[in-house]
Design a protein around this ligand. Structure first.
Ligand SMILES: [Fe+2]
Ligand SMILES: [Fe+2]
Length: 472
């Protein structure tokens, strides 16, 4: 007899994996490839173990289980939020009907595509962050990086589970392809642009977890509304983990801004490079870049695909049930922006076709909260300079603003003015080289790099000095 892995043991799950031999075999075949991918493309810094949160069930206690774990032994589990047997579709043509436990034939291709596009982002971010460990500003930050990485790995498992469980052979092939594409590759890049951008330094990492993981939150929020119940329940649980990723981004930028403010005040200077800090104008340029590439992830302002997804019940709006309309939107009208004659103007469009913009607007409002936090830190330090979100048309590659030059204040400008001004708006080679020069690892417990303030508290009640990671 060949030894078989006990998957209920190896892969914590609440989907009764043990009872489905076919599915179990499919995942058995996929798991070694995942582990190979993790070894090849996951965190490059060798470690003995890391103080991680592991989800072992979806209950109140179960999803936040802390302990030191060697990274490759992390238990990448499969969890769906509890099933609500009375759940009905909240929107679209099937509104009020019981949600689907199996994939309806007519929506097979679209659902598979939505799952693949979401799934593709999960390993992509691990790949983008692969080399950050060797320049971590503290053990606390190193631990947070690895926590984000293992959870993105778990999100990949979540999507692969859906592909294997509900899309037969085509799903298994897509699950393979998720490990074959890679971030930034010439031949087989990741599907979405922002996930092919490098994350070369920790300022980029914090901006990524603030702006790009937040896009993830909003995308998952629309899939949580799906009438395909297993997808909805999967995304519901993923959103819990996603909150930590955004915490890493929010507090990471908080701490950069706090340290910058401190150095500015101590030295009565704006350019604090000689004291090893990151000047605010540089923070602003990084912010401009990551915000604008993250906005591209929302797709075109007008999209008939997204209208069809909505009407079919596949993908809803952010907080669908809190919207005070008919949730069908057949006759509803909304406005979208277009660039005409060097002006940004609003035109009417069917609300269904404008759903990407609806989601983007929710995201933008959420991003403003971060700006308010960081500006409060500056204000409390007695500094007059403020950070700002650039206009949503700034530096766009996708949608109504692509192909136009829009200034951070929202003015349509010519190519020449853009070329002249861009070095003040987007990270320059010099900025990137300077930030790279700061990326010296600080890996002794309790110590921290010059360019960032320590956190106000540690993880799971542990002090900042705690040995969150044992290096190899
Ligand atoms: Fe994720
Ligand atoms: Fe994430």
């Amino acid at each position: 007899m060949t030894a078989t892995i006990d998957y209920t043991e190896r892969i914590p799950n609440n989907v009764d994996l043990a009872s489905d031999r076919r599915l179990q075999r499919a995942l058995e075949a996929w798991q070694p490839r995942f582990l190979q991918w993790w070894q090849d493309m996951g965190p490059a810094l060798p470690t003995r173990d890391v103080y991680l949160r592991t989800a072992v069930s979806v209950g109140h206690e179960g999803w936040a289980h802390f302990g030191h774990v060697p990274l490759p032994d992390y238990r990448w589990g499969i969890f769906l939020a509890e099933r609500d047997s009375d759940r009905v579709a909240a929107f679209g043509a099937h509104k009020g009907e019981p949600v689907w436990q199996a994939v309806p034939g007519e929506h097979r291709a679209d659902l598979q595509r939505l799952i693949v596009v979401q799934g593709d982002t999960e390993p992509a971010s691990v790949e983008q962050q692969r080399h950050l460990g060797s320049t971590a500003p503290s053990l606390y930050d190193l631990r947070n990086l690895f926590q984000v990485n293992v959870e993105e790995g778990r999100h990949l498992w979540a999507m692969v589970y859906l592909l294997h469980a509900h899309f037969a052979r085509a799903g298994r092939e897509e699950a393979e392809a998720l490990l074959e594409r890679s971030s930034g590759s010439q031949d087989a890049p990741r599907i979405l642009g922002a996930f092919n951008e490098p994350t070369p330094d920790w300022l980029s990492f914090f901006m990524f977890t603030y702006f790009t993981d937040r896009d993830g939150k909003y995308q998952l929020g629309t899939l949580r509304e799906s009438a395909f119940d297993p997808l909805s329940r999967t995304c519901e649980f993923m959103l819990k983990e996603e909150a930590h990723h955004m915490f890493v981004g929010t507090t990471g930028i908080d701490r950069v801004v706090r340290r910058t403010a401190q150095l500015m005040v101590e030295n009565d200077a704006e350019d604090i490079r000689e004291w090893g800090g990151i000047p605010l104008d540089m923070v602003q340029r990084y912010l401009n870049f990551h915000y604008s590439v993250s906005l591209d992830l929302f797709g075109s302002e007008m999209s008939t695909n997204v209208a069809n997804y909505y009407t079919a019940g596949l993908k809803g709006r952010w907080r669908e049930e809190q919207r005070g309309d008919d949730h069908i939107l057949a006759d509803a009208v909304s406005t979208v922006e277009v660039v005409a004659d060097d002006q940004i103007v609003e035109v009417e469009a069917p609300a269904l076709v404008a759903l990407n913009q609806d989601l983007r607007d929710e995201y933008v409002a959420d991003c403003r909260n971060g700006l308010n936090r960081w500006n409060r830190i500056l204000e409390e330090a007695g500094i007059d300079i403020r950070l700002a979100l650039p206009h949503h048309g700034f530096n766009r590659r996708v949608g109504a603003f692509a192909g136009h030059h829009i200034s951070p204040s929202g003015k349509v400008i010519g190519a020449e003015e853009w070329e002249r001004s861009a070095p003040g708006w987007l990270p320059t080679e010099e900025d990137r080289a300077y930030v790279a020069s700061l990326m010296q690892p600080v890996l002794e417990p309790g110590r921290i790099a010059s360019w960032i303030a320590p956190p106000t508290k540690g993880i799971n009640g542990q002090p900042f000095e705690y040995e969150y990671v044992h290096l190899a």
